[in-house]
Write a protein that binds this ligand. Structure first.
Ligand code: SF4
Length: 345
């Protein structure tokens, strides 16, 4: 087992204290971060602004953690899904979503997930383990290596896993991602999506600047508990009050993800109730028609119903966008991530 410290998973402050331990100045930490996250260096050798002795010392005490790219599948709409291998044989998926004015990477925070949402393939895997900070950030590094010339400006922590159930590593990863010496992703372009771990929502807002998305999916406890068992622990009233307490910067909005399921949560009265329970939260709603391939239990709504649902929200001045599911043909759309073969032991 390699017990050298993984510099790819360390914040600027942690790297500074590591270098202090080596008798080095603070500025060395910023240099290393730039080599790793901007230069995409995989070894200390090319870091010519560090002395030869320091590079040699680093080789024995530290490493630059990497994920191995086991598979890349490209969708007909340009979406790419990566299957990454981790050091212990576990596997995770990340999704690259190009668009006209920005490219987004959807990253995983856990191998599998314990939340058991019924509209998600990852939930069916159960939880294998949390990702380390280096493994979360490493997905961006590896994607940038795999797609030379890509300008990934947005990161969404929405892949496999519940980010707030791996709280410390998620927060550290956000600190690294948004550091000017790191990958330079503005906090305004980093989104954490949660299934509703209410107590952690406020803590997240206190710990780091980041955008928040909440996977809501229902307006009554009965339906929400059925789709998302986390609701039994943190029912809607707790979740809504946690959202109200989230320190939201001016002009910012919380994104509400709402998967529309035929006959279950897509009626006019559901739409009206959604408006009511979100008031006065500054929110925008992403309406995602359920993908029939995810479960035989639920059906996707008719396009007419989706449009009617959106109209009700908009008529009450609640911003609502119908999200087109991308990457469906390669199982890269929302809720479709799940590595078939979880480990090679
Ligand atoms: S939707 Fe998210 S939180 Fe729910 S099971 Fe899937 S990965 Fe986990």
């Amino acid at each position: 087992m390699d017990d050298r410290i993984d510099l790819a998973g360390m914040t600027l402050e942690e790297t500074q204290s590591f270098f202090k331990g080596l008798g080095q100045q603070n500025y060395r930490a910023a240099q290393i971060l730039r080599w790793i996250h901007q230069g995409l260096s995989v070894s200390f050798e090319p870091m010519t602004n560090l002395s030869k002795d320091l590079r040699k010392e680093l080789t024995t005490s530290a490493r630059i953690g990497r994920l191995s790219t086991l598979q890349t599948v490209e969708s007909e709409d340009g979406v790419k899904k990566f299957l990454f291998g981790l050091n212990d044989g576990a596997k995770i998926e990340s999704v690259y979503i190009p668009s006209e004015d920005h490219d987004t990477l959807c990253v995983s925070t856990q191998v599998g997930c314990a939340m058991d949402c019924k509209i998600c393939r990852t939930g069916q895997m159960g939880l294998i383990r949390n990702l380390t900070t280096g493994e979360i950030v490493g997905q961006l590094l590896e994607a940038r290596r795999q797609i030379p010339g890509s300008v990934i400006t947005n990161v969404v922590l929405m892949g496999m896993g519940e980010p707030l159930a791996n709280f410390d590593n998620t927060v550290r990863a956000i600190r690294i991602l948004s550091n000017p010496n790191g990958p330079q992703i503005s906090w305004r372009r980093i989104t954490v999506s949660t299934s509703g771990l209410a107590p952690k929502i406020f803590e997240l807002g206190q710990s780091v600047r980041v955008k928040l998305a909440v996977s809501l999916n229902a307006v009554t406890d009965e339906i929400r508990s059925m789709i998302m068992p986390v609701n039994r622990k943190y029912p809607l009233n707790e979740l809504i009050s946690a959202m109200k307490r989230f320190p939201l910067p001016k002009r910012d909005r919380i994104t509400i993800e709402y998967v529309l399921i035929r006959g279950l949560n897509d009626s006019d009265s559901d739409a009206k109730m959604l408006v009511k329970i979100l008031n006065p939260i500054r929110a925008k709603v992403n309406l995602i028609p359920f993908n029939d391939e995810l479960s035989t239990e639920f059906r996707s709504p008719t396009p007419k119903r989706v449009a009617a649902f959106q109209d009700i929200l908009m008529s009450k001045s609640l911003m609502a966008i119908i999200r087109k599911s991308r990457g469906r043909d390669i199982l890269a759309a929302c809720g479709q991530l799940a590595s078939e073969n979880r480990r090679d032991f």
